[in-house]
Design a protein around this ligand. Structure first.
Ligand code: AMP
Length: 401
């Protein structure tokens, strides 16, 4: 297995070496201030370790989506300042990630010091995985560390091309993420259950297809359950659904059966006339959704059933909310099942791995993020991993220079 070839810098002499760390500094900013520093906080121990071992640490990252040229609103300068605050020491900043400005800052670095270089996406070569741009980056360092799992599903110059040019290692966050996903997906303690929710079946067909081949139980919730109901001829009123994908839903159920994967759908649902705060909500059976109402959450019987299914499993993978959790009271199903999974995890009975933007937000709202075994903040890369796809930024590190 190529992933077994991934190596870290543990045991590598980094003293006095220029270590180029591809991180994900893509944090939310408001009026020049970082509003959620979680990503930076997670990065700090790894950077500190390299600095303590005498490396000259050079952090590179993209930030937002500039259109291939410098744009002040996409500068990493304020992020570098916040990183310095978290590290407890000044962080040098270079106004360009390649060329004279980068060389000047890096040349001035002493062992144990840290620099951040300006947004990689100010150069078109980054997203084009351009070998010339990667060569410019490689000039700045002696060793490369890939520590941004969240961008590993893209073959960009700083995640893929660069690994052909320098000794390359996986960073601690990258390893943590891969270990969590492999534990849950490739070598799980059985039985395993996947919870897949969210708005649409169409965006998660590859995820569902891959998971039915791997897990023992597949719990389906959220808007996508409506399409499964529709496929079985169940009336769903005004609910969000994708009639064009009803056939696909049936096929998924059929394939799951052939692979002895049990598909679990809601037993009761919470309906309301509108998706609106304070809309009068009521619980009905799946065959009883009134024509003028929409399904916005799973009901109490479903919560109890899902909790029971999860309680009989040892490994849980979760992507997507079970209802329209952003508006009360339609988050109750997601929150209750999340609390149950957290409880089982705390009791040592369950390995729980969750990921994806909305899922993280829902787990945060439920107050259980810290109690899951692992919660991935990588959206696209997490989903592609669940789809069973190879991530170029991970394969490149495993293959080596
Ligand atoms: P996704 O990005 O596909 O994981 O979908 C997440 C979105 O699905 C969230 O914004 C939820 O509000 C929405 N969602 C979940 N369940 C429902 C539902 N029953 N009806 C409408 N939207 C839903």
């Amino acid at each position: 297995m190529i992933l077994d070839k991934l190596k870290t810098t543990a045991g590598v002499d980094v003293k006095g070496k220029r270590v180029l760390v591809r991180a994900d500094l893509n944090v939310p900013l408001k009026e020049g201030k970082v509003t959620d520093a979680t990503r930076l906080e997670r990065l700090v121990p790894g950077l500190r370790d390299l600095a303590d071992r005498g490396a000259k640490v050079i952090v590179i990252s993209h930030f937002g989506r500039p259109k291939g040229g410098p744009a002040p609103e996409f500068s990493l300068k304020p992020v570098a300042e916040e990183l310095g605050r978290l590290l407890g020491k000044p962080v040098a900043f270079a106004a360009d990630c390649i060329g004279a400005p980068a060389v000047a800052v890096v040349t001035a670095l002493k062992p144990g010091q840290v620099a951040v270089l300006e947004n990689l996406r100010f150069h078109k070569g980054e997203e084009k995985n351009d070998a010339g741009f990667a060569a410019e980056l490689a000039k700045i360092g002696d060793i490369f560390v890939g520590d941004a799992f969240s961008t590993a599903h893209r073959a960009h110059a700083s995640t893929e091309a660069i690994t052909h040019l320098m000794p390359s290692y996986a960073g601690p966050l990258m390893m943590e993420e891969i270990d969590a996903l492999r534990t849950a997906l490739d070598k799980p303690k059985r039985p395993t259950v996947a919870v897949v929710g969210g708005a649409k079946v169409s965006s998660k067909i590859p995820v569902l297809t891959n998971l039915i081949a791997k897990v023992d139980k597949l719990i389906i919730g959220g808007g996508m359950a409506n399409t499964f109901f529709l496929a079985q001829g169940v009336e769903i009123g005004k609910s969000l659904a994708e009639p064009d994908f009803a056939k696909t839903a049936l096929q998924i159920m059929h394939d799951a059966k052939a692979r002895s994967c049990e598909v679990v759908l809601p037993h009761d649902v919470v309906v309301a006339p509108k998706f609106e705060a304070g809309a009068p909500a009521k619980t009905v059976g799946p065959l009883e959704t009134p024509a003028d109402q929409m399904i916005l959450d799973v009901g109490p019987k479903t919560i109890a059933h899902y909790a029971d299914v999860i309680g009989r499993c040892h490994t849980l993978l979760w992507n997507g909310p079970l209802g329209a959790f952003e508006i009360a009271p339609f988050g109750e199903g997601t929150f209750a099942v999340a609390r149950e999974a957290a409880k089982l995890t705390k009791a040592g009975k369950l390995v729980s791995v969750a990921g994806g933007g909305d899922t993280v937000a829902a787990l945060n709202d439920a107050g259980v993020t810290d109690q899951f075994t692992y919660v991935s903040t990588a959206g696209g890369a997490f989903l592609e991993w669940l789809e069973g796809r190879e991530l170029p930024g991970v394969t490149a590190l495993a293959r080596g220079a």
